[in-house]
Write a protein that binds this ligand. Structure first.
Ligand code: AP5
Length: 210
């Protein structure tokens, strides 16, 4: 099953993707995580994208498309994938259609107030990338990941100015993908406001999984 998770920043795409990987047995491909790993490694890609990401803007289409195209040639995606955070522009969606067949697009429906609450409290493990939340899902020990013992930190793009910028960018460049995929009959809307376990149930219902 080739799936896209589409939605505003902080809608819970990455959090549901971790659960959906277990359910569907296909890998999650998060362009944001790939870029963050490049930034942490200070690779040429990381040096190029760091300031763009910190400001809440999008990396250019050419770089992002080339990255995903290469990733989709790897063995682990032959039975499917969950694309988390790609495509984010119409040109990215058109390019994807040229090298892969998307079967369903899950659209995470959540108001801006929900996004701000989630991103404002997000805490992330620097080592394994697990997402915690200062209120909804705290690590057992402040600042330390329950899963790998890594340091839990606040992403630079979760600062208030960057959150506002990311919402603007989402509305201008990514939200048009909702109609793009709806017209192709691929879109499944899910209510992304409830807590994670309920969203997993909504996801399974939308996907007709028992
Ligand atoms: P990316 O990492 O993709 O950021 P995003 O889309 O803004 O998504 P987030 O990771 O912020 O949110 P999410 O929906 O995954 O929410 P999460 O599960 O973490 O991209 C980062 C940057 O990389 C971009 O700004 C851009 O610069 C660049 N980039 C990436 N892809 C690109 C592309 N295709 N083209 C160009 N540039 C690209 O949840 C958020 C918080 O809420 C967490 O704390 C979590 O614990 C909590 N939470 C989640 N679900 C629930 C729930 N149901 N109830 C309560 N709390 C919840």
């Amino acid at each position: 099953m080739n799936l896209i998770f589409l939605g505003p920043p902080g809608a819970g795409k990455g959090t549901l993707a971790v659960r959906a990987v277990d359910i569907l047995k296909v890998p999650q491909i998060s362009t944001g995580s790939i870029f963050r790993a490049a930034v942490a490694a200070q690779s040429p890609l990381g040096l190029k994208v760091k300031a763009i990401m910190d400001a809440g803007k999008l990396v250019d289409d050419e770089t992002t498309i080339a990255l995903v195209k290469e990733r989709l040639t790897q063995d682990d995606v032959q039975k499917g994938y969950i694309l988390d955070g790609f495509p984010r522009t119409i040109p990215q969606a058109e390019a994807l259609a040229g090298f892969s067949t998307v079967e369903k697009v899950i659209n995470f429906d959540i108001p801006d107030s929900g996004v701000i609450e989630r991103l404002g409290g997000r805490r992330v493990c620097r080592k394994c990338g697990y997402n915690f939340h200062a209120v909804f899902n705290k690590p057992s020990k402040e600042g330390i990941c329950d899963h790998c013992g890594g340091e839990v930190y606040i992403r630079d793009d979760d600062k208030p100015e960057a959150i506002q910028k990311r919402l603007e960018v989402y509305r201008a460049q990514t939200a048009p993908l909702i109609d793009y995929y709806r017209e192709k009959g691929l879109l499944l809307d899910i209510d992304a406001r409830p807590m994670v376990d309920e969203i997993v149930i909504n996801f399974k219902k939308a996907m007709a999984i028992d």
